[in-house]
Design a protein around this ligand. Structure first.
Ligand SMILES: Nc1ncnc2c1ncn2[C@@H]1O[C@H](COP(=O)(O)OP(=O)(O)O)[C@@H](O)[C@H]1O
Ligand SMILES: [Mg+2]
Length: 591
């Protein structure tokens, strides 16, 4: 998907846009360029020094010149070294700043992107953009600037010196340049094509490996090691093949370009050593000319290879800019409410994730009065999670309206709307931080330890926290791996209690727990539900019998509503679900 959108931004747009990132550092940039100019001048100076060195010392035996040469050499290299340092340091400084700024922008854009974006991208791909592609862009740009400016200046300086020494010989050198230029152009187009595919396959490599890292338990229990290895082998192999194409192109291009250059060189040497020429040219001039010629080769080679270095950078930049250009979550709301009463009304709400998949919810209407508990039941895939996630505006409605306290939720600002809602679901996301900070996550004002402890106690989490060696200061490990499912769930409840939002959404909050653990935290959940409007999706029907209203869902539609007693009396869908679950439970206890 990244590659598709990438092609829409042209290379010149990329350069222009990259330049805007360099703009704030223009002063350092100019100093670096001046240093490059000085560096190029010293290169020419070095070649030029060959002439007096040869003519003065060995030919004319001019002692004054000989004395001057070593000092000049030292001076030249001091200047050259300083210029080199300023260039590398300056460009490196700019590059690191640009990398930092790009990462901040990407991070901010990731945070602002809507849920639908995450439905269609993989963490591996995004991580590789944030970590790898950003470096790639900056390095390619630095290399490019260094080569294009410094090496071109060096070549120009040396060429000028050569023309000054002997115009005729220089002409021959100049004739080989178009041939080299043509070759490089051909090669670079190929590079560009390949490097795009490489980045795609690199994303695949990181995507699959991050999956087995995150899902290592699944891989082990399902015994899918072989399958994963095969899958990885495939993308790894593809990555190698793409890389090899690049290596091959690179390997062929170098000797080819060198050969053409040497062809020119040989002609120069042949002509220069013709008797008529030898008369016009001093030994010093000839040596100086050949020295300049050799000194041109290295920067020239770099210049011809610059495209190969630049292309991965451009491909990476295209991906990054495409990501930065993604629209953030739509938020046209302007109204805010201090603290909602918790009156929730769904009116003919229909929704589909995409045109192809069709409607996931159809004509959903219900009304929850402040403080009421509404329970949703139905088979998996019937649309319960989707239904409640629409309340927090994770996705825009296809039609219909949702109101909180009589206000269309689209009219509220996103921040204000979400402030009214606490969400606890099956997978509790804990951050790699202390227990205290996990409970206080997202709190705008300072929260005292007492408040945290109070919340933990109400969530029945304090017992186990207290027993931990570091108590509230215990690090939970990445995504809370050091805690049991029930403990994590209780932390999530404590978090929601502290958040104290008027609307509570419980989406199968306890379904990862066994019935015993569930009973244990049921009272914590009941504390949480007090004085809040609660939308609860329950896995076990026994937990929702007290709900004010139970809504039975099937295929995105409401097929039955009523209290537990009413629905049981009806003896239809709800009763059927009840019977099924009762069977399941007896099946389980039989085992
Ligand atoms: N992020 C998503 N993108 C596309 N389709 C989805 C997404 N989430 C759920 N669905 C689809 O929407 C339907 C309802 O899913 P969901 O609301 O999760 O049901 P439930 O919570 O009742 O199990 C299912 O067909 C599911 O495949
Ligand atoms: Mg669900």
């Amino acid at each position: 998907m990244r590659l598709e959108t990438a092609t829409t931004i042209s290379a010149s747009d990329i350069y222009r846009r990259l330049l805007t990132y360099v703009k704030p550092y223009w002063l350092v940039f100019i100093i670096s360029i001046i240093a490059m100019l000085v560096f190029a001048a010293t290169e020419t100076g070095l070649a030029a020094m060959m002439k007096p060195l040869m003519d003065g010392s060995f030919v004319e035996r001019d002692l004054d010149t000989i004395k001057f040469i070593p000092l000049a050499l030292i001076g030249l290299f001091i200047v050259r070294g300083v210029a080199n340092f300023i260039t590398s340091y300056g460009l490196g400084w700019i590059a690191r700043n640009v990398i930092k700024n790009l990462r901040t922008e990407i991070f901010k854009s990731l945070i602002a992107l809507p849920a639908s974006f995450y439905d269609h991208s993989t963490p591996g791909q995004l991580m590789s953009q944030l970590l790898y592609d950003v470096e790639q862009v900056a390095n390619a740009a630095t290399d490019a600037i260094l080569t294009i400016i410094r090496d071109s200046l060096t070549i120009l300086g040396l060429l000028a010196w050569m023309i000054y020494l002997n115009g005729m010989l220089s002409l021959i050198i100049l004739l080989t340049v178009p041939a080299i230029a043509f070759l490089t152009f051909k090669i670079s187009t190929r590079f560009r094509r390949i490097s795009k595919t490489i980045q795609g396959s690199m994303g695949d490599v990181s995507h699959i490996s991050s999956e087995i890292i995150e899902g290592h338990r699944e891989v082990k229990t399902f015994g899918s090691q072989e399958y994963e290895i095969k899958r990885f082998d495939k993308v790894n192999q593809k990555n190698r093949q793409q890389r090899m194409k690049m290596v091959a192109t690179d390997a062929i291009s170098q000797p080819l370009i060198q050969f053409i250059t040497v062809l020119g060189l040989s002609v120069v040497i042949y002509i220069a050593t013709l008797p008529e020429m030898l008369e016009q040219i001093t030994a010093g001039s000839f040596i100086s000319f050949v020295a300049a010629m050799f000194m041109i080769l290295t920067p020239l080679k770099r210049l011809t290879k610059i495209n190969g270095k630049l292309q991965p950078g451009i491909a990476a930049a295209q991906g990054i800019f495409a990501l930065l250009d993604k629209k953030p979550e739509h938020d046209a709301g302007t109204k805010t409410i201090e603290r909602a009463q918790g009156d929730i009304r769904y009116q003919n709400v229909s929704f589909s994730y995409s045109h192809e998949k069709g409607k996931v919810l159809e004509e959903i209407s219900f009304h929850a009065k402040p403080g009421q508990t509404i329970a949703f039941v139905g088979h998996s895939g019937s649309g319960k999670t989707t239904l409640v996630s629409l309340l927090a505006r994770f996705y825009p409605l296809s039609s219909g309206q949702i109101q909180i306290d009589g206000i269309d939720i689209n009219e509220l600002t996103l921040v204000n709307l979400r402030q009214q809602i606490s969400l606890v679901n099956q997978q509790v996301i804990l951050f790699n931080d202390t227990i205290a900070n996990n409970i206080a996550y997202g709190q705008k004002q300072h929260v005292t330890n007492e408040q945290i402890i109070e919340a933990a106690k109400a969530a029945h989490a304090w017992d186990f926290i207290e027993r931990l060696p570091d108590g509230l200061a215990t690090q939970v490990g990445q995504n809370g791996v050091l805690l049991s499912g029930g403990q994590r769930q209780r932390l999530a409840i404590a978090r929601a209690l502290l958040r104290d939002a008027p609307i509570l959404i419980l989406d199968e909050a306890t379904s990862s727990l066994d019935s015993k653990a569930e009973r244990h935290i049921q009272s914590a959940i009941e504390t949480l539900m007090k004085q809040r409007t609660t939308l609860v999706i329950a896995h076990r029907l026994s937990t929702i019998e007290k709900a004010d209203q139970i809504i039975v869902m099937h295929d995105g539609r409401i097929i039955e509503t009523g209290t537990h007693a009413e629905l049981i009396a009806k003896d239809q869908h709800y009763t059927e679900l009840h019977r099924l679950q009762f069977q399941e439970q007896t099946d389980v206890s039989d085992n």
